[in-house]
Design a protein around this ligand. Structure first.
Ligand code: CA
Length: 245
């Protein structure tokens, strides 16, 4: 995994980084909230370990800001007395917290659990590569193309198209989309969703085999193929907790 460690105490940052590297993870370190936000958008780490006591931006705010687009696990580190901040971070979308001082095995175990949980969610979201008409979207390679022509999508445009395409035919309500894209169902982002959909439609363009993003008035959106049906390639997610062996 690639891990972004956000910690302003250089000694602590070094301990964390070397423990993670020793277990084969790729580690980047940020010492401030601003640096964290910048680096996270550059490297898109698989996991963020975030100290709540940062010199510039409060860790809980960093968490909230990250969650506007970042879907991978965030595990926060907090000092013992930080009950309020811990709660704020969890409300802001953190997956878990570890209280300082902690043992390294404890932290590593929490990170493993958070990563596993995230994988389960990703698996439930559907297949990584989907073809609908002449749209092909691959969420692992982070590419999308129509009729062989690559689409240049902003991060949230891609996230929205990926969600709709992996579940083609399924209606997503405004609040589901807001929760998926911004991490919280109550964020007032309906206008922003509308804007993203308009952008996506423009970028997708028209064509005989081009899928359509359909508006269900007052409810939300779904993607359908040119004939107006769910695509063959997009399947319903596997039943949760099922196992084939
Ligand atoms: Ca600190």
């Amino acid at each position: 995994m690639s891990v972004l460690v956000v910690e302003d105490d250089p000694g602590m940052a070094e301990i964390l980084a070397s423990a993670l590297r020793a277990r084969g993870h790729e580690v980047q370190v940020a010492a401030t909230g601003r640096e964290c936000l910048r680096m996270a958008s550059l490297v898109e780490p698989d996991l963020v370990v975030l100290d709540l006591g940062l010199p510039d931006i409060d860790g809980a705010d960093v968490c909230r800001q990250l969650r506007r687009w970042f879907l991978n696990p965030i595990v926060v580190l907090s000092a013992d007395a930080d009950e309020g901040r811990k709660v704020a971070a969890l409300d802001g979308g953190a997956d878990d917290y570890v209280t300082k001082p902690f043992s390294m095995p404890e932290l590593l175990a929490r990170l493993r659990v958070a990563a596993r949980h995230r994988q389960a969610v990703a698996a439930a979201l559907g297949p990584a590569a989907v073809t609908i008409g002449d749209l092909r979207i691959d969420t692992t390679a982070h590419t999308a193309a129509v009729d062989g022509r690559p689409l240049h999508l902003a991060r949230k445009e891609f996230a929205l198209l990926a969600l709709l395409s992996r579940n083609s035919g399924r209606l997503f309500t405004h609040s589901e989309l807001v929760a998926h894209l911004w991490g919280r169902p109550d964020a007032p982002k309906t206008e922003a969703v509308r804007g993203l959909v308009a952008q996506l439609r423009k970028k997708l363009g028209d064509g005989p085999a081009r899928p359509q993003i359909v508006t269900d008035a007052g409810l939300g959106y779904r993607i359908v193929d040119a004939e107006g049906t769910a695509a063959e390639g997009a399947m319903a997610p596997a039943p949760q907790g099922s196992s084939s062996s």
